[in-house]
Write a protein that binds this ligand. Structure first.
Ligand code: FAD
Length: 490
């Protein structure tokens, strides 16, 4: 049977594209290399605990709600989203702690208590500035398909022109943060938001100020049953609408004729014909490996990550759902990652214990500690040998011990480790990058691949490496834009 649409990959972007199109009457088949849907959003069971081994924090819940509504469904019938408060606890080596709240009254109170009144006022001024930039730019850069630099010449985008100076395109994110905050800890805290799309605050443009604004304005969320419940919800809606899933189907080629898509071939030799192909795979993988464009240039990749899933015995540490343990050498950390492509000596460590909000994720006597540090993208698929993996594990546990002395004595099981090589091989993610290309240049948003492929007719892209970028809310939007692109070309 000839499909209207083949989708390569069942990440959240791919599944959203699938359910949007199926709800409009298209016949859709999703081919997925792995044995389950969700892509980087996945669940691992280890040592009596359940772990979300990919994303751990959701922002902009209205984007999920809209995605379901666009198919005639109500998100709440599929998913229960819980607000997380505090969104995150930040800790420094000198013992300072700060609980960050989305609620402005609570946030003001906590900021004044931790850093003083001036800092509280600085934060409000910062968020007011970032809010204006978000509202001025969101329809151009986020909520619509994007045409690169051509966008600036479109009549509909003329209202953006007066706001251009406040976007601070040519300032670095760190420089902008340092202009607003006098306390170095708050500069560091805001710098950290560059890692939400795998970038360096010392290289990325100040426009990333919209990321903290979004988190503070729309809050941090967690679905009951774990983040993987989101993948299950998208999968369920796809099935209801008749989307056909074929798992363990690794696509080896996108077949074209006269620069027009004809279908795809999987590694087992099976050919699936289609009028349209949406690739939810990494764009570089799609072009370099599947279209055999050997001259395709690799973009500058976002960070990869080293993950440890640690079942912990009951312990006295009273962890928050989300905690960041900051290193004292933040700039050096990003220099190591992006310039030296090496492991930093001291690493900022992020820990998520979802069981603190949802007891279903852990057993009576064990907590589920998800531990993540940023790493450079991997140069291949065999860089992370036993020695390098052991070195990282040791450095990270040593760093955590500096905040939580005796922590290692509570480890209940050998950690389940995921390296950048694993991200690369498991998902065909170039360099094991977590978010596609980095946003380390003021031109990144303009250079990101569009949802309609400019060279191959009826080929469309969605997912973290296509417009509007990585992170759950954004890949949902990218799936919507890829679906719109199919409809516009049908
Ligand atoms: C450790 C980690 C932490 C993260 N933290 C957060 C967070 O807290 N909040 C947040 O919003 N985001 C976070 N992210 C990012 C977020 O998970 C991703 O941006 C998002 O899940 C990517 O979705 P996607 O649609 O691009 O598809 P992906 O998840 O990349 O899935 C693509 C799918 O395509 C399949 N595929 C690829 N090539 C082929 C092929 N040739 N044939 C068949 N199938 C193929 C892959 O197997 C995969 O299933 C995190 C990611 C990771 C890994």
């Amino acid at each position: 049977m000839k499909n209207d649409v083949i989708i390569i990959g069942s990440g959240i972007g791919g599944m959203n594209a699938g359910m949007q199109l199926a709800s409009k009457g298209y016949s859709v088949t999703i081919l997925e290399k792995r044995s389950e849907p969700g892509g980087k959003m996945r669940r691992v069971s280890h040592g009596d605990c359940l772990f979300d081994a990919g994303p751990s924090l959701i922002t902009m819940p209205f984007i999920l709600r809209d995605a379901f509504a666009q198919t005639g469904a109500v998100l709440e019938d599929y998913l229960t989203l819980l607000p997380i408060d505090p969104i995150c606890q930040y800790r420094w080596l000198d013992g300072k702690r700060y609980d960050c709240h989305a609620n402005p009254l609570k946030r003001n109170e906590e900021t004044e208590k931790a850093f003083g009144r001036t800092s509280m006022k600085e934060m409000n001024a910062y968020l007011a500035h970032a809010g204006k930039v978000y509202h001025a730019t969101k329809d151009v850069f986020l909520f619509n398909p994007f045409d690169g630099f051509k966008e600036f010449f479109k009549r509909k985008n003329l209202p953006l022109l007066p706001a251009l100076p406040s976007l601070k395109f040519s300032s670095k994110f760190h420089t902008f943060n340092a202009e607003y905050f006098t306390n170095p800890k708050l500069i560091q805290l805001f710098d950290r938001f560059a890692t939400y799309n795998g970038s360096s605050p010392y290289l990325a443009p100040a426009t990333l100020m919209v990321i903290p604004f979004i988190e503070f304005e729309y809050g941090g969320w967690y679905p009951k049953g774990g983040i993987y419940a989101i993948a299950e919800a998208f999968h369920k809606r796809c099935i209801e609408l008749g989307v056909n899933f074929i798992f363990n189907a690794d696509v080896k080629e996108i077949i074209t004729e006269k620069k027009r898509v004809k279908g795809v071939q999987t590694h087992d030799g099976h050919v699936h014909e289609a009028k349209h192909v949406i690739s939810n795979a990494d764009v570089y993988h799609a072009r370099h490996d599947l279209l055999r464009k050997t001259k395709e240039q690799k973009p500058e990749l976002s960070t990869s990550g080293f993950v440890m899933l640690i079942p912990m015995h009951t312990n006295p540490f009273d962890m928050s759902h989300h905690t960041v343990f900051f290193s004292d050498a933040y700039e050096q950390e990003f220099k190591s990652i992006f310039k030296d492509k090496d492991s930093p000596e001291e690493m900022t460590v992020y820990i998520s214990v979802s069981g603190k909000s949802d007891a279903s994720q852990m057993s009576n006597d064990k907590e589920n500690w998800f531990v993540l540090v940023n790493t450079p993208p991997t140069s291949g698929t065999t860089e992370w040998n036993e020695e390098k993996t052991a070195r990282y594990k040791h450095s990270i546990l040593t760093m955590i011990e500096r905040f939580l002395p005796g922590m290692q004595s509570y480890i209940a099981e050998e950690p389940f480790i995921i390296t950048p090589d694993d991200f690369s091989t498991e998902f065909h993610a170039t360099g094991g990058s977590l978010y596609g290309s980095s946003s380390n240049s003021m031109f990144s948003a303009f250079l990101r691949p569009t949802n309609t492929d400019p060279h191959v007719q009826n080929l469309h892209h969605c997912g973290g490496s296509a417009h509007p970028g990585g992170g759950i809310p954004l890949v949902i939007l990218s799936g919507q834009f890829a679906a719109q692109s199919v409809m516009a070309h049908s």
